[in-house]
Design a protein around this ligand. Structure first.
Ligand code: F6P
Length: 326
């Protein structure tokens, strides 16, 4: 198929690097004399025909900006057949030949349905801080989020040490522990609790007792949002406090600050490469893939596998963390 017009949207939770990827998509289109349409507010924008023409100048000054210039949304209407029909009508009426979707698994599921129902070619760029997609070792925003978390916990550590306190720090990761595990190692956490591996509260208490005995006067436990040791980080801290009254315990939830900020150098380079690859793949005739990266090389993975496959936790990191806690 001869691609003359591509639409691009960002969807789901925003992540640093989305704007950088958008810039790369727009400029690769221009380089190849393809018209580029920006869709505002994700799939909802497709339904509302919230379209604007983008040229190389429209994306100036955004390479270093967090968030997404196209805005993001989770569309309820797109979950209905009616909503999707409307979206397709708008795609057809505007002579759009293909779609680039920058987002996470929910966004790719939407893209896949659109491709299946109406045969619209879709190329995905993984944009989520959670790093939870199969087919790429890094999603856009993950590296930036790790650095944000590391900086924040370094600051928490200053006050933890000064007051001999035990801190439970909750980081994002509804279903995945990548942020917790990597930031936990980077900040020297006493324990790292992730959804993929649960050793229970007893193990945690043993570890804290051991560290106290070894002379540690303060500690940090990094807890992924989706961890199942307690129903939430506050309950977990309360339960530990009951069994372990020696420490003064504090909880800190880092929350949405992890999703903001200027993308790191790593994320900017990756986003630019992925943007180029997405457009070039559509030109080459690919129709339902996600761009990824593995050992420095760009890859393509069927959207279906990217969503369904699991991004495995690196067990070496778990071992490293355990050794560091002796
Ligand atoms: O972007 C993914 C994520 O960061 C999850 O880890 C988190 O649970 C979720 O976003 C929160 O999203 P929101 O509160 O914006 O719906």
């Amino acid at each position: 198929m001869n691609i003359k017009k591509i639409a691009v949207l960002t969807s789901g939770g925003d992540s640093p690097g989305m704007n950088t990827a958008l810039r790369a998509v727009v400029r690769t289109c221009a380089y190849n004399k393809i018209e580029c349409i920006g869709v505002s507010r994700g799939f909802q924008g497709l339904i509302n025909e919230d379209f604007k023409k983008l040229n190389t100048r429209s994306v100036r000054g955004i390479i270093n900006r967090g968030g997404t210039m196209l805005y993001s949304a989770r569309s309820k209407d797109f979950r209905t057949k009616e909503g999707r029909k409307k979206a397709f009508q708008n795609i057809k009426n505007n002579n759009i030949d293909a779609l680039v979707i920058i987002g996470g698994d929910g966004s790719f599921t939407g893209g896949m349905i659109l491709q299946k129902e109406f045969n619209v070619p879709v190329l995905g760029i993984p944009g989520t801080i959670d790093n939870d997609l199969f087919g790429t070792t890094h999603t856009l925003g993950y590296d930036t989020a790790l650095n944000t978390v590391m900086d924040a916990i370094d600051k928490i550590r200053d006050t933890a040490i000064s007051h001999d306190r035990l801190f439970f720090v909750e980081v994002m990761g509804r279903d995945a522990g990548h942020i917790a595990l990597n930031s936990g190692i980077a900040i020297g956490a006493q324990e790292i609790l992730i959804p993929e591996e649960s050793n229970g509260i007893e193990e945690l208490i043993l570890s804290l007792k051991k560290s106290k005995k070894a002379g540690k006067t303060s500690s940090i436990v990094v807890v992924a949002e989706g961890d199942k040791t307690g129903s939430n980080v506050f309950e977990l801290a309360k339960n530990v406090e009951k069994k372990f009254p020696d420490y003064e315990i504090k909880v800190s939830v880092l929350g949405h600050m992890q999703r903001g900020g200027s993308p790191s150098c790593f994320d900017r380079v990756l986003a630019t490469r992925m943007g180029v690859k997405a457009v070039e793949s559509l030109i080459e005739g690919y129709c339902c893939e996600m761009v990824g990266v593995d050992e420095g090389k760009l890859t393509l993975t069927p959207l279906k596998s990217a969503i369904k496959g699991t991004s495995k936790i690196n067990s070496e990191l778990l071992r490293v963390s355990e050794i560091m806690n002796t």
